[in-house]
Design a protein around this ligand. Sequence first.
Ligand code: ATP
Ligand code: MG
Length: 424
Amino acid sequence: MSNKYQVPRGTQDIMGDDVSLWRQVESIIREQCARYGYQEIRTPIFEHTEVFKFQNDSSDMVTKEMYTFLDSGERSLTLRPEGTKGVIRAFVEHKLYGNQAELPYKLFYMGPMFRYERPQKGRYRQFHQFGVEAIGAKSPLLDAETIALGYNITRAMGIKKVKILINSLGDDESRSNYRSALREHFRPYLGELCGDCQRRFELNPLRILDCKVDREHPSFKSAPSVQDYLNEPSKKYFSQVLQALDDLEIPYVIDSRLVRGLDYYTNTVFEAIPEDASGQQAAVFAGGQYDGLVEHYGGGNLPGVGFGMGIERMIDLAVQEQGLTAVGHEADVYVISMGNVGSYALKATETLRNAGFRVETDYQGRSLKAQFKASDRLKAKVIVIIGEDEYSNGQVVIKDTVSKQQVTVGFDKLLETVKGFTGE
Ligand code: ATP
Ligand code: MG
């Protein structure tokens, strides 16, 4: 039996120096989003199940991976498995489509997502996504800009070895023609394909191409390519996206098998994977253009484009490529206290903290050696030493650990002297 006092399978505690990696990533993301004009939105972690579950949905995420439960009021709720749907629901609920002048409306989100998956490296049951949605405009330039944002975030994290795979699923007409061609093609092999693919065959044969079970089946290699089914407007749109990426010098590879795991994509779809990707949990960010989603929630016929980025996978890559390094917890000043000094050392500590310094001290009367060690560990540049003499004279000893200079001053000169030593 599993120990109930351990984290549930597929979840983890993020702690220690690793937290500094998360903070660095979050700050890079916020900075880049500000540059691109994206505003943050924080939607609920759970929503009515209907927000995520569409009729005839054929994606694994919706059919197998959702955490759905009834609350005590018998409502069916679902922990969000992805960011886009909640954001579009909010966009419609708050009628953000009302002001034409503000379109495209650019929103980003960051936070935990939940999927019931088989946990392995880079695949968890609670994981974190950052994502963007530009809603209410459709342009090859906007698609290219969205890809540029994802790409620049990977670069800003020091990740160099990713490549962008891109494809076009075309508009409704193109996709409908392609779906028919795929049905035609897979029909003779249907009996040899997995149960999921047999279902996908009816609902959305495009998603057969995304199957992780059947991908080595010979019929996959000979399957028709979507490129051959794009109508003229779709072809033109795609070539304009590619042209813009060329102009922005963003490297990409066209992958006509790329359909992405979600059901709602139209036209441009893309995925960024590590150059040496071998496993199946490789994509660091992925997304595309969608036409029908705003309308689905009752918001009129507005298009959108966006991507979702897996933060755990990004951090793994960034650390591997040494683009990011974890930083330990540090202090500017350590206050050492010796003997019976009452709250005098704590008062010195608080005086410095209130002035903005990061300060730590000892609470348990540990030895001088132990306190110096603690100060070393925290990389404190300045040490304040307070013994019984300093306490009775109203003084403090202040030592600069770099220059080794040491002075004894009155308590009223504490702040000024520390500032002098730290160069504040
Ligand atoms: P995959 O093919 O790896 O299952 P997906 O198509 O389900 O990915 P999306 O729904 O597009 O992924 O999510 C966007 C990004 O979120 C992925 O590219 C990945 O970086 C990350 N991601 C998705 N599922 C997980 C998970 N279970 N654990 C960690 N990261 C995940
Ligand atoms: Mg998945």
